[in-house]
Structure formats: structure tokens, C-alpha cells
Design a protein around this ligand. Structure first.
Ligand code: FAD
Length: 481
């Protein structure tokens, strides 16, 4: 229940273990928190700072899994942190950290294609830092730490390819299917009742186990279903800002503004553009509506301007804000929880067969899914797909690589869209533009292709008009929900 990255990974892991999963998502797959991530698969270096070796090792393994299984959608992302010799941000300390990081991730490239492999980290000189990041504040600069995470620029395609993989081996998944109640007999789960949001009809699905992976809604859903437990989701607001400025470097930049307690931001060179992440604040509003205030955006831009002399970002440079809710470490806190919640509700008197999960990172969703299934069904066999490889991707959807002035390429892309409508169950134009392709990044192109996409759905004229209007509105919105 819940088709974000956690529900999708559960579905894949389950089918690869010989189970028969059914995924129900009330909107579109991957359209909530999972659409709004910074699109980085972390390699775990940050966890060395708190000596959280478990998280470090897990992140390295998951980064390797993405690079090995999605060489078409994941690639090494060089990351650079300028060092000014303050606190632990010294060259000597980072030399040691890079060495430990490399030793702990000695198997980081097992099964990974040569051109997707992660090089060793290093500390570079001041001159090399300026060459890699010309706008760096050079006053007192000593050099920089350089290491690699992985980027998944088209994370929405990763979600869809995971689902295609799961479906290839027999999993079922339905979007626009909202779970409303649990079927229970003698306090044992028998399945769920769900509403088809397209037709309005009600469906009953039988299942001995229901896993609630509804992200920010997981606690409310569990409560509604009689799943008693201690709280696990104190909402914390997180946001990224996509600007109209070009990226400042080919590296992701880890920058900390020169103010007491300033957070470290990651400036992701996302498709050559400056994508700023991640701002955090406590959240006391409804979980349905995570949104940032003007002050929060301005404060983030101020921090970035203070970190990069001469950048002078203003709200007019903001193209889109990606916001979502994540589990905090406690009430009214912006600090994120350090571990995922996996709650077996039968342990506290709730129905047997109802389990809730909620994680903190896109990066580790597969691991949490595997751990959950081990817990519920026993460790039948390792997941990960070594014996059930990912089927070949039908088409690359990076529209930036298509020459639309070439009739043949244009025609092939349009035909691909038709197949995609038939194969990947989008229910409306926005599903195609935002969650099946990258067309949302180029609103003019999206609007030009939209009538053709409508033809693939074979809608009547009035539906077509409504869809085109809704797409226009969504493309003009400054945030993604
Ligand atoms: C700004 C930001 C930046 C981030 N950056 C990164 C990053 O760079 N790297 C990283 O690893 N992680 C990152 N994360 C974290 C990561 O995005 C989340 O941990 C992850 O997406 C959570 O996925 P989820 O499946 O739990 O939740 P969601 O994606 O929210 O999915 C839950 C789903 O449940 C569905 N649902 C709810 N109720 C019902 C119901 N009744 N019936 C059926 N379905 C229902 C919802 O519609 C939703 O689609 C970031 C998060 C944010 C917000």
C-alpha cells in the first residue's frame, strides 16, 4: 500500500523471492516524496562523521546496486567540499577520512561496469579546487575533498523501470487505487478494500500480509486500520530549489554558509543546472500539503549567496521547488530520523499481518524492503535480482538527447510515447509528462507533444481539452507535488 520508492522496492524484492505482490497506489507511482528527492544515491561518506559504520556500509552497497543494475540511469557523481582548515574541515583529517572511506568500500565496484565505477576519494590542492569550481571563495582556501556519490537525474524513470522489472517477473501494480480499509477476521489480516479513483468502483483484494508503505501517510493509515504502535512519523519538511542558473561545477558542491550553525548544502549539477539541496525545517501542518514559505526559500538562497561570492541568487531565479515530508528524529524537529521504522502491528495488539514501514532515504529503500520481507516471511533467499536480472529498458527517455528537427527521431519518440501509454499505465497527461518521461523539464516541448499523447489515450474532445488545461497548470506551478 503506497507506490513511492519504498512500495516499489518492496514489490520488486517480494516478486524476486517468489511471492505474489500487489502494489496499490492512490495517485501515480512515485509522485509524492519520491519525486522530490535531490536525485543523489549517497555513498555514505557523511556517516563516517558520526561513526555510523552500519549506515555507511549499507549506503555503499545500495550505491553499487543502483550503478550495477541501472547503468543507463545512474552514474558516478563527483562531489567536492572546499576546505578552509576550520574544525574538522582540514586537509589532514579529510585525507584520513578518504582513506577510511575507500577501505570500508573496497568492494564498491563489484559487478559495476567500468564506466560506472567509483574512483578513490582524494584531497586536492587549492589550484585544483579553483579549476574545478571557479567561483569558490578563495580566501583562506586550502584545497578540497573530492569523492563520488551517484546521480539518478531521471529518478522518475528509475521508479518506472523498477516496476517494469517487478512486473516482468509477475508482480501486479495498480495506480489511482486508494486503500481505504483493512479486511480483518479474528484480528488477522485478510486483505484490503480499495477505491478505483478513475471509475469510483470499490475493490476487495485478498492477501495474508499487508505492508503499509504510505510514506508521510503511513501513520494515519495504520491508525485507521487498527495498527497500534508508538509514533514513527514526526513530519519534517525538506526542500530542494531548481534555479535557472547553470551549474557552478561539474562536481556536486558541499557548501556551508559562513554563519554559526549553518547547514551543509549540496549543489547538484543536475543536467547542467544548479539544483540546491536540501533545506530542512520542522513541519506542523497537514501531511497532505507540504510546502515551503517565501522566507524559507529566501533564507536558503541567502545561505547559498553567502557561500558563493558574486552568485546573487534571488527568488526570480527559482524555477521549481521540490518539497516533501520526511520522518524527523522527534516532535517539532527538523533533524531527520537516523533509521527506518519497520513496525509489526501484531506486536502491540494490532492485526496480525499488518506491517508498516517508513524510511528516510531513496538510497536505502531496497535494503529496508529486503529487511522487512526477511522479518515477515523469513530470509528465503537474498533479493537483489542476481538470478532474475532486470529486463532490457525499452527506450531511453532523455528528451534532451533527441533531435526533434529530425523527422525520423521525432517520429520514433512519438511512437515510443504511444507504447509507453499502453505499457506503463499512465492515467492522464501529467503522469506521462512528469512521471514517465522528462518532458516536464521542457514545458514548450511538453505542450507541443501533448495533443499527440492525447491521441494515444483515445480520449473524447472534452477530456482532451481538460487534460491539456490541467497539464498547462501543472507545468506553470512552481512546486512539484
Ligand atoms: C527535498 C528532499 C530531498 C531528498 N533527497 C534525497 C536524496 O538525494 N537521496 C536520497 O536517498 N533520499 C532523498 N530524499 C528522501 C527520499 O526521497 C524519501 O526517503 C523517499 O522518497 C520516501 O519514499 P516513500 O515511498 O516512503 O514515500 P512516498 O514517495 O511519499 O510514497 C508514499 C506513497 O503512498 C501513497 N499513499 C498514501 N496513502 C495511500 C492509500 N491510502 N492507498 C494507496 N496509496 C497511498 C502516496 O500517494 C505516495 O505515493 C529526499 C527527500 C526530500 C523531501
Amino acid at each position: 500500500m503506497g507506490g513511492g520508492i519504498y512500495g516499489v522496492m518492496l514489490t520488486l524484492e517480494a516478486v524476486l523471492r517468489g511471492l505474489r505482490p500487489l502494489l496499490l497506489e492512490r495517485h501515480d507511482f512515485g509522485g509524492a516524496t519520491s519525486f522530490n528527492s535531490l536525485r543523489i544515491v549517497h555513498g555514505g561518506l557523511r556517516y563516517l562523521q558520526t561513526l555510523d559504520l552500519k549506515r555507511h556500509v549499507e549506503s555503499v552497497q545500495e550505491r553499487r546496486w543502483f550503478l550495477a543494475n541501472f547503468p543507463d540511469l545512474a552514474s558516478p557523481l563527483p562531489c567536492l567540499m572546499p576546505l578552509y582548515g576550520k574544525g574538522v574541515r582540514r586537509k589532514s583529517i579529510f585525507r584520513a577520512a578518504m582513506l577510511i572511506n575507500d577501505l570500508l568500500s573496497i568492494n564498491r565496484n563489484d559487478g559495476v561496469r567500468e564506466d560506472r565505477s567509483i574512483p578513490r576519494g582524494k584531497v586536492i590542492s587549492k589550484a585544483e579546487t579553483v579549476a574545478a569550481f571557479p567561483d569558490v571563495d578563495a580566501t583562506n582556501l586550502q584545497g578540497a575533498a573530492l569523492w563520488h556519490d551517484a546521480a539518478i537525474p531521471d529518478s522518475q524513470r528509475v521508479v518506472m523501470e523498477l516496476l517494469r522489472w517487478a512486473a516482468h517477473y509477475g508482480a501486479d501494480a495498480a495506480n489511482y487505487m486508494q486503500v481505504s480499509a483493512l479486511s480483518i477476521k479474528d484480528n488477522v489480516v485478510g486483505g484490503v478494500v480499495a477505491q478505483d479513483r478513475e471509475s469510483g468502483s470499490e475493490w476487495s483484494f485478498r492477501a495474508p500480509v499487508v505492508i503499509n508503505s504510505a510514506g508521510p501517510w503511513s501513520e494515519d493509515m495504520a491508525e485507521k486500520m487498527g495498527g497500534k504502535a508508538d509514533r514513527w512519523f514526526w513530519p519534517s519538511l525538506a526542500w530542494n530549489i531548481l534555479t535557472d542558473k547553470p551549474a557552478l561545477s561539474e562536481c556536486a558542491l558541499a557548501l556551508t554558509p559562513p554563519r554559526a550553525g549553518g547547514p551543509t548544502y549540496f549543489l547538484h549539477p543536475w543536467k547542467g543546472r544548479l539544483l540546491i539541496g536540501t533545506g530542512h525545517a520542522p513541519w506542523n501542518g497537514a501531511v497532505d500539503n507540504p510546502s515551503t514559505s517565501g522566507e524559507q526559500i529566501e533564507a536558503t538562497l541567502d545561505d547559498i549567496n553567502a557561500s558563493v561570492p558574486g552568485l546573487a541568487l534571488t527568488p526570480a531565479n527559482v524555477e521549481r521547488v521540490f518539497a516533501g515530508l520526511l520522518p524527523a528524529a522527534g516532535p517539532h524537529s527538523a533533524r531527520l530520523s537516523t533509521k527506518p521504522a519497520v513496525v509489526d502491528h501484531s506486536k502491540s495488539g494490532g492485526p496480525r499481518g499488518l506491517v508498516s514501514i517508513c524510511g528516510v532515504k531513496f538510497t536505502t529503500a531496497r535494503r529496508v524492503a529486503a529487511h522487512t520481507l526477511d522479518k515477515v516471511f523469513g530470509a528465503k533467499r537474498a533479493g537483489g535480482g542476481s538470478g532474475s536480472p532486470r529486463p532490457h529498458a525499452a527506450q531511453a527517455w532523455q528528451s534532451g538527447t533527441v533531435d526533434f528537427s529530425d523527422d525520423g527521431a521525432n517520429q520514433r519518440y512519438r511512437e515510443g510515447l504511444g507504447r509507453l501509454v499502453a505499457d506503463e499505465s499512465p492515467m492522464n497527461l501529467r503522469d506521462v509528462v512528469f512521471r514517465r518521461t522528462d518532458l516536464w523539464e521542457s514545458p514548450d516541448l511538453a505542450l507541443r507533444l501533448a495533443p499527440k499523447i492525447c491521441d494515444s489515450f483515445a480520449w473524447r474532445e472534452d477530456r482532451k481539452e481538460a487534460e491539456l488545461a490541467a497539464l498547462g497548470e501543472e507545468l506553470a506551478r512552481p512546486d512539484s507535488r
